[in-house]
Design a protein around this ligand. Structure first.
Ligand code: COA
Length: 630
């Protein structure tokens, strides 16, 4: 049976933050981590063909087998590329991470909004007016600064997966950093180690931007009460009517654009000195806080889904999409009605470090009920960031509004709380909860389309230095056998349970293989990139129709667990696909499901419903079928 290998997060919630810097601790931890291995060539070739089985036709599979044989023959191109890759692995800290960040993020030209940056929906907080919004936001800032102290002091507890310590570098990349658009490729700048390091955050209110110093002159973080006073000043100075016509121009909407368009618009914007300075202040800030206006009214049933929309893209130009700087790595979003959450730019980090930070912040805001006495020292006014809107910039803003509104119209997001059971049920049946949920997703998709599709689940590579992710391919021969049998009245329940167990175990084995650096997708990508590096023509296996099918992920999924009862959400990665994110808690599971309205075949609400039914049917089958003692 596949052995579980779970991620262990140290329980550092609300532990007193050490004020003492442990200089060099981070580096010495990092240096002790193993390098990402390059898997054996033959192993990847065999596993790739096996992974194609449930998603391509027999004829296509046969052709791929032949191409693979040629690719891996002695003295062939595969061997040459493998040698090149192994050499690269010897001379770099991580043979993959730089390529990955470039390809998956910085050279990916669709808008970061919906297509790349995830949103995070937190539970609705206990306030429903402007005062409540401001007070909560002040606590939230204090919570982030508390977490930041652990980062600054290098006292962040190390996380573990399967008994092995994890790379912690992503934690050092999420604060004080920002993506910068380019004409063909973006970049990310991190100001955390600048001298002096940033001491301000960006606050956005009514589409207007402010720099707020969050440390006093003595370098000590402002108290919650001081932060509250400063936020009040910001809100009263940016409530309508605006000071000048330029102040109503929603410049933030520019960051929602296609990256090539934003790259061009950026050059227009920063031609002006004032604009350049304002943009630079935003980029250097520790994080952004978006104090949102209203969102469209929805039924109670749709409140969480509406919050997901708010966190993912802000609802369109008439609502909150311009109340953001989407290039900022971390944006906290707080509405007036108790809605809150975050949006993060994906290039520097995956969801788990962001969620660990947010878990800490939520816990901090909960415990911090006592009001600190107001400080007598007067604080400088927060700095309003001005923009000069030239006709060119105005035109770019109008274009960005239009594109954003089309995207907002197109995206359907459903957040569902599956309340019938959580992780404890699969565990009681000795099954990995993650694998159980993934098999329920396979079943739901099969029930809707009578076929299997290429499915992506992210697996952490953080056991290795600078590790990011690899792909767990959830559609396997075992999952296909399971979903095809499940609704077949001619099959015995014992046989169905047996197929379910095989499918769940196959998934957990794939997970173990992926987190130990032996999965196929990043290796294949590496071989392809090595060919580019060596200026060789693209090997035929990568021009094969089956390869395109293998990468057309109609189900793009991810588990992002947390201590807080929240859920992350993201858009589909193909026009006819779904984005599914889930947070399995012990007695319930939070899901988000997204799809594009423009695609007639997809339907987020229907997949969410079918997924719930599949989970329930799988449990019923297990409960009703006597099994040999486990
Ligand atoms: N019997 C009983 N319990 C089992 C079990 C079994 N056969 N298999 C697993 N479990 C338990 C685990 O011990 C764990 O227990 P816990 O709740 O006490 O922690 C729990 O079930 C969860 O394990 P599982 O469901 O198998 O998942 P996981 O926690 O190992 O996570 C991945 C699997 C793939 C999500 C994880 O390895 C990973 O890579 N996470 C990062 C993903 C990522 O980066 N996402 C973000 C992209 S933006």
């Amino acid at each position: 049976m596949a052995k579980p290998c779970r991620l262990v997060k140290p329980n550092h919630l609300m532990k007193p933050v050490s004020a003492t810097r442990v200089s060099g601790r981070y580096l010495s931890h990092q240096q002790g981590l193993p390098h990402l291995p390059v898997p054996p060539l033959q192993q990847t070739c065999e596993r790739y063909v096996a992974a194609l089985e449930p998603i391509v036709e027999e004829e296509e599979l046969q052709r791929t087998r032949e191409l693979m044989q040629d690719f891996q023959r002695a003295g062939g191109v595969g061997e040459r590329l493998q040698r090149g890759l192994e050499k690269r692995a010897r001379r770099t800290e991580n043979w993959l991470s730089e390529w990955w960040v470039q390809l998956a993020y910085l050279e990916y030209r669709l808008p970061v909004v919906v297509h790349s940056s995830p949103g995070l929906v937190l539970p609705r907080m206990n306030f429903s007016d402007k005062q409540g919004q401001i007070s909560f936001a002040a606590k939230l800032i204090a919570g982030v600064l508390d977490f930041k102290t652990m980062i600054d002091n290098e006292t962040l507890p190390v996380e573990f997966l399967g008994g092995k310590s994890l790379c912690m570098s992503q934690y050092y990349e999420v604060l004080s950093s920002c993506r910068i658009p380019g004409l063909k490729r973006d970049s990310v700048v991190n100001h955390a180690k600048g001298s002096p390091p940033p001491r301000h955050i960006t606050v956005v209110h009514n589409f207007q931007f402010f720099a707020l110093d969050v440390y006093g002159g003595d370098g000590v973080p402002l108290t919650v009460e001081q932060l509250r006073v400063q936020l009040e000043r910001i809100c009263s100075s940016s409530s309508s009517p605006p000071q000048s016509a330029d102040d109503v121009e929603p410049v933030g909407i520019l960051t929602t654009q296609h990256r090539d368009s934003w790259g061009k618009a950026y050059l227009n914007l920063v031609k002006d000195k004032t604009n350049r300075e304002s943009v630079s202040i935003i980029q250097r800030s520790i994080f952004a806080l978006c104090l949102d206006g209203a969102m469209p009214r929805v039924s109670d049933e749709m409140i969480r889904s509406s919050a997901a929309v708010q966190m993912l893209h802000g609802g369109g130009s008439e609502w909150n999409s311009a109340n953001r700087w989407f290039d900022k790595t971390l944006q906290f979003i707080v509405g007036e009605d108790g809605t809150c959450g975050a949006n993060y730019e994906h290039a520097p980090a995956e969801g788990p470090p962001i969620v660990a930070l947010i878990d800490h912040v939520v816990e901090y805001t909960r415990k911090l009920e006592t009001e600190t006495p107001p400080s007598s020292l007067p604080l400088p006014n927060p700095q309003k960031l001005h923009f000069n809107i030239t006709p060119e910039v105005k035109r770019d803003i109008e274009e960005a509004k239009q594109s954003m509104n089309i995207l907002a119209e197109d995206l359907d997001v459903r957040v569902v709380v599956f309340g019938h059971f959580g992780k404890s049920v699969p565990k009681s049946h000795k099954m990995s909860p993650d694998a159980f949920i993934q098999m329920a997703l396979q079943l739901a998709y099969y029930r809707m389309y009578q076929r299997c599709c290429a499915t992506y689940e992210s697996a952490s590579l953080r056991m290795f230095r600078l590790g990011r992710t690899d792909t767990i391919r959830s559609a396997s021969a075992a999952s296909a056998a399971f979903v095809k049998a499940f609704d077949d009245a001619g099959r015995q329940n014992t046989e169905k349970v047996d197929l379910m167990e095989r499918a769940v175990h196959a998934h957990r084995s794939y997970t173990n293989m992926a987190i130990s650096g032996q999965a196929i997708d990043r290796h294949l990508l590496g071989l392809k990139m090595q060919a580019v590096d060596e200026q060789l023509s693209t090997p035929r296996i990568f021009r094969d129709a089956a390869y395109a099918k293998a990468l057309h992920y109609q189900l793009s999924t991810s588990q992002v667990p947390s201590q807080t009862d929240c859920v992350m959400c993201f858009g589909p990665v193909v026009p006819d696909g779904y984005g599914v994110c889930y947070n399995p808690m012990s007695d319930h599971i939070n899901f988000s499901v997204s799809a594009f309205n423009a695609c007639e075949e997809t339907d987020a609400a229907r997949l969410a419903r079918t997924l719930e039914e599949s989970l329930l049917d799988m449990r019923t089958l297990l409960d009703q079928t006597p099994r040999a003692k486990l």
